[in-house]
Design a protein around this ligand. Structure first.
Ligand SMILES: O=P(O)(O)OC[C@H]1O[C@H](OP(=O)(O)OP(=O)(O)O)[C@H](O)[C@@H]1O
Ligand SMILES: Nc1nc2[nH]cnc2c(=O)[nH]1
Ligand SMILES: [Mg+2]
Length: 171
């Protein structure tokens, strides 16, 4: 597991713009029966993409792979915990996933993507961001960041005072 050395903060505007860029790539590949958003990170991109693709049927796969203390709100610690499916009725209407679009915010190691792909092998898997290890598991994505980068989504962060660079270098 690569420990993130760099951070990549994403603003709401940037996320909206990049999710729309993903929608432009996906519109050519549809129409889709519906969207399966991987919670929680996939929910906001799924809403943006559903609006652009005029999809109103949105379901969820409720997953968790990193606990609060694993990521710890810092870029230095990155330990995936047990991958958990938090919902018992997965797969009821999706069949093998044919015609469905799976949306997540990112692929990192690809563990989540691999798990969900096994549930819905024929679905189209799309993310806004991808890191190299997870990239082969995604059908469509927009922006690649290096494996040692931790992406901060707008819902992870808030504006706060930061020391001037010169002062940071002194400490
Ligand atoms: O490729 P992987 O190494 O599996 O990592 C990617 C997954 O990790 C994050 O979700 P997380 O399980 O932390 O939950 P969240 O969506 O609720 O933040 C992210 O939203 C992806 O779903
Ligand atoms: N917010 C966030 N969650 C993740 N889960 C796995 N990798 C990441 C990442 O880079 N950023
Ligand atoms: Mg997630």
């Amino acid at each position: 597991m690569v420990s993130p050395q760099k951070t990549f903060p994403v603003s709401w505007e940037e996320l909206h713009r990049t999710a729309k860029a993903l929608a432009w790539r996906l519109i050519a590949l549809g129409p889709f029966k519906g969207i399966v958003a991987i919670t929680r990170g996939g929910l906001v991109p799924a809403a943006i993409i559903a609006r652009e693709l005029d999809v109103r049927l949105i379901d969820t796969v409720c997953m968790s792979s990193y606990s609060e203390e694993d990521s710890g709100g810092t870029a230095g610690v990155h330990r995936p915990g047990d991958l958990q499916l938090l919902k018992g009725d997965a797969g009821k209407i999706w069949g093998d996933g044919t015609g469905w679009l799976i949306i997540d915010d990112l692929v990192d190691t690809g563990r989540t993507a691999k798990y969900v792909r096994e549930m819905l092998p024929k679905a189209h898997f799309a993310t806004v961001y991808a890191k190299p290890a997870g990239r082969p598991l995604v059908d469509t994505f927009v922006t690649e960041v290096s494996q040692d980068t931790w992406i901060y989504f707008p819902w992870d962060i808030e504006p706060q005072f930061i020391q001037p660079i010169a002062k940071q270098q002194r400490s």
